[in-house]
Write a protein that binds this ligand. Sequence first.
Ligand code: FIX
Ligand code: ZN
Length: 416
Amino acid sequence: MAIIGVKKLKTVVDTAVAEVEITDVHTHLYAPCFGDLLLWGVDELLTYHYLVAEVFKWIDMPYHDFWNMSKEEQADLIWKTLFLDNSPYSEACRGVLTVLNRLGLNMANRDLNACRKFFSQKNMEDYVDQVFELSRVKEVVMTNDPFDDDERRVWLESYKADPRFKAALRIDPLLNTWDRVWMKLKEWGYHVEEELNPTTLKEIRRFLSDWANRMQAVYMAVSLPPTFAFPEDSSRAIIIEECVLPVCRELKIPLAMMIGVKKLVNPGLVLAGDSVGKSSIETVEYLCANFPYNKFMVTMLSRENQHELCVVARKFRNLMVFGCWWFLNNPSLIDEMTRMRFELLGVSVIPQHSDARVLDQLIYKWAHSRRIIADVLFDKYKDLMETGWKLEETDIRRDVEKLFSRNFWDFVNKKL
Ligand code: FIX
Ligand code: ZN
């Protein structure tokens, strides 16, 4: 292929980023066999917890009155408040409109019921195909929680693999509320006590292996508070060291740590009630340094942690930085973080994940992020060209493929 001239650079970068098929490394989506656990459609889009938080900036009704409304009534209220009474230019509002626009719906009349009619004619399986095609997502990684009764039942009774939906074993209850969940493991046939004695630790390892193998989990994952510390005299630290890390090593899969979430600072908002706190980068350093045969995927929720996370990632080949998580998944911060990462880590990063909770969100979360990442990449390649470096289209397509998919799979399969 020919050397690219600077005049053609933007087109080559934009096309490569637009065309790359994405591996979305963290979502809350479910394969079709999980039925109603997979959320989709305009009322689910409008009642996404990001928009619940935003609508309560304007309404004074008691939280429980909102939660007692039907999904459609909640959506009506959010539509009126955030889209009709105010311009919907927040990222979560704009996202809904991007989805409807890409589906070919004309929103000039702002008619929510016309949207509902459009979705009422869809069936889930066909719509999953359409969304994956529209968003050009190749595959997503789910968040799979064996402590969720509805989800566990599907895994045990009716699971049907779909290659587009990979599994991740989510272990928050085990790590963050051991005192409340050890009885469940006992109920499920694992010989555990609350006391973390050798038998209990062995049985926790068996539990983790059983579920990671059942799910064919591509990684284990946990979300952690800003206060997360390791080493620490806590059940969380003991289970991480004695159970999680050994099983991850044995299965050769990463542990994904999502650090910095302050759960339920406003319980009335339920899922929308979580907040953020600056976390300890020393904890990440310690784990990467002291467990060199474990692989760690890390994303941190606080903007203030981003630069130090990039620096630590430069020090450890067993650390992969991923995503602009949650409150960071906004154009201004995606731009800032992506520039910082490309300047400090080059191509060795997973710049984004969607965290989609509603299937249709794949369309907007990736359309918005592709645009921003392409613009940053263009700037970086242009700077590169100014040094006299010659670029071919194959170079750019190779880099883009790594950023949006291959870096993840190479890290999952990396032998330490
Ligand atoms: O812990 C997580 O996986 C978080 O992403 C979620 O708890 C959060 O509600 C979310 O969906 C953020 O985007
Ligand atoms: Zn998530």
